[in-house]
Write a protein that binds this ligand. Sequence first.
Ligand SMILES: NC(=O)C1=CN([C@@H]2O[C@H](COP(=O)(O)OP(=O)(O)OC[C@H]3O[C@@H](n4cnc5c(N)ncnc54)[C@H](OP(=O)(O)O)[C@@H]3O)[C@@H](O)[C@H]2O)C=CC1
Ligand SMILES: O=C(O)CCC(=O)C(=O)O
Ligand SMILES: [Mg+2]
Length: 743
Amino acid sequence: MSDQTPKILYTLTDEAPALATYSLLPIVQAFTKSAGVQVETRDISLSGRIISTFPEYLKPEQIINDDLAELGKIATTPEANIVKLPNISASVPQLKAAIKELQAQGYALPDYPEEPKTEEEKNIKSKYDKIKGSAVNPVLREGNSDRRAPLAVKNYAKKHPHSMGKWASDSKSHVDSMTEGDFYGSEKSVTLDSETTVSIELVGKDGKKETLKSGLKLSEGEVIDASALSISALKAFLKKAKADAKAKGVLFSLHLKATMMKVSDPIIFGHAVKVFFEPVFAKHAATFESIGVDVNNGFGDLLANLEKLDADKKAEILSDIDDCYAESPEVAMVNSDKGITNLHVPSDVIIDASMPAMIRSSGKMWDKGGKLQDTKAVIPDRSYAGVYQATIDFCKENGAFDPATMGSVPNVGLMAQKAEEYGSHDKTFEIPFAGKVNVVNAAGKVLLSHEVEAGDIWRMCQTKDAPIQDWVKLAVTRARLSGTPAVFWLDPLRSHDAELIKKVEKYLPNHDTASLEIHIMPPVEATIFSCQRIKEGKNTISVTGNVLRDYLTDLFPILEVGTSAKMLSIVPLMNGGGLFETGAGGSAPKHVEQFTQEGHLRWDSLGEFLALAVSLEHLGQTFNNPEALLLGETLDTATGKFLDNDKSPARVVGKLDNRGGHFYLALYWAEALAAQTKNAGLQAKFAPIAKALAENEDKIVEEYNSSQGKPVDIGGYFRPDVAKTAKAMLPSETFNEILAKLA
Ligand SMILES: NC(=O)C1=CN([C@@H]2O[C@H](COP(=O)(O)OP(=O)(O)OC[C@H]3O[C@@H](n4cnc5c(N)ncnc54)[C@H](OP(=O)(O)O)[C@@H]3O)[C@@H](O)[C@H]2O)C=CC1
Ligand SMILES: O=C(O)CCC(=O)C(=O)O
Ligand SMILES: [Mg+2]
């Protein structure tokens, strides 16, 4: 227990959740202040992280604190209580767009140097590369992950089942993966029996040596693994996959995690683009080189760079692209109206969300005419691809899942202290010359070794022992508390998983597992087991490594409750604090587009409501603060009523949106506080607020809804103007006046 002032740190992020914050946070702050709980903000948006990285380029008044670094430190303290909304994990095109917007707003930031030459440029690029990709979550996630659909959400989905595309047993949709030369096939792993410092060395066939990384400290009991992806095998596979899609008459789609796996997956993405448009690249290689095309940033990068050419050359290349399209299978579309394909931008199709969306839509994706078609889902590496194929097979055999009756698959995920792939960014390399990559310990012993060719991708991950112990404990705790079987999704044929199985078998006996059903199964078997059970209405906890945590916490929620936004997502921090994430999905960029075009924000803040309630509960327990506990309890009551009365945002303009939904949350929260009898002061304070909100319901909803239907200017995408956005997000004067009474 601590005597410090109770404080919740609420993160300011990007896109739709950041907009929603303008509307929700004033409510939260007004309510919590009344109970003596402080809610402060910290800016971890992409733009905020960029600005705080380059103070030397900015005017004094533009300089801001590095809030992410501060939060990273706080996350290791017992007092930590952080509400984390989804943020952009930026691909290079997003990073460049954000820099451009900030420059236009008067921030004299340096450009992103794609091919740095001088020392200064190299330094700038390395700073930007730290902002790129999944740069926030690994810093804050100083604990393992506990994600589940709360009972109220599950019951809501059963009562109001979302639409699910039917599955035909003769669907041609399928997953296609490499059969050799991938990370899965080459993985090697060891557990360290004592601490050491390792270096990663590339020894060329001619004896030439390059140190890829040195001074990497590893602790006793830590599991390390390394694997390599053969680029020649990848290219051969992609070529075959393309031909096969054409032969089968299905769409070609590629599913990677170029944001989270920010070093390896953009390279794979680039190869896919080059193989798909092979004739174009063969003919115009020199031109592309001269205009600086880098298709690791997607096919869109090529198209954008064509603007640098004269009209004739551009037309010639565009015509060659058309010829290539004509001979190729159709590519799945991200936006059929705008002609944006699955290969355009690596951050447009992110596997955790894209595969479940496909499975929910009968295994289909959009073609260029805007029609749903069967598709080949290319997932080059086999490590987790089988999970999707097994789910597809299950749907083909049994038909689509029924949200009205299906059970649930909550997840306990290993991710603390940059576990597994989260720690791989600085240990992933595109190999410059053929030879061997060795991981060498302080005594000069080679721990792991791989033969590689130039261009191959080699990567190493590390997983410390304490997070593994914590993960096993969390799994047992969740199995006990929920009375649900738990399955460790571990594949004995994968070297890393084989090491983890030994640890799980070692640490499980530290806990009381009597009467609990605990299994260890390879992912495909675990998928079939879990799918069979959810079909029968039963629940099964998936206990997984980091990547499966990511994949499954979109897959099952999207099938079960329509979206991963409604998940409770808790990270019990290993040093006692709490990180409360909102939902399990992303920042829904298309919602911003809808808001700026027609003034309707479709973002569902239910994840924020749930996160805030557990954050208040945690705060109440940590600081022995009954008011915080009461706020948490009443917020949960309000969220339950919000679901019962179906106040989630509608998808279409003119009906209740995110902001109107927040009004209802405030009404129900105030009513719950007015109705409780534990705290007379709060009861007296909130009774008139509840009354005023209820009496003005129609007027307030009318004010919200009538603000819709026209374009909204928020003065920026990555860094919207604060005053303009606040005005747009708080359009009901009646509501604002009532809320002001709490101040
Ligand atoms: N924890 C984090 O910080 C995470 C961040 N990201 C980042 O988010 C961005 C977008 O990623 P993407 O993979 O497209 O995933 P999103 O989850 O943002 O979008 C996928 C779809 O999910 C639905 N959805 C998600 N959240 C909500 C919500 N709160 N309310 C209503 N609908 C919702 C929508 O689908 P529909 O139209 O079917 O309703 C949406 O179009 C990327 O920059 C990515 O890096 C991604 C995942 C997690
Ligand atoms: O860190 C990221 O980039 C995304 C994380 C994510 O998708 C998740 O945690 O579910
Ligand atoms: Mg995810």
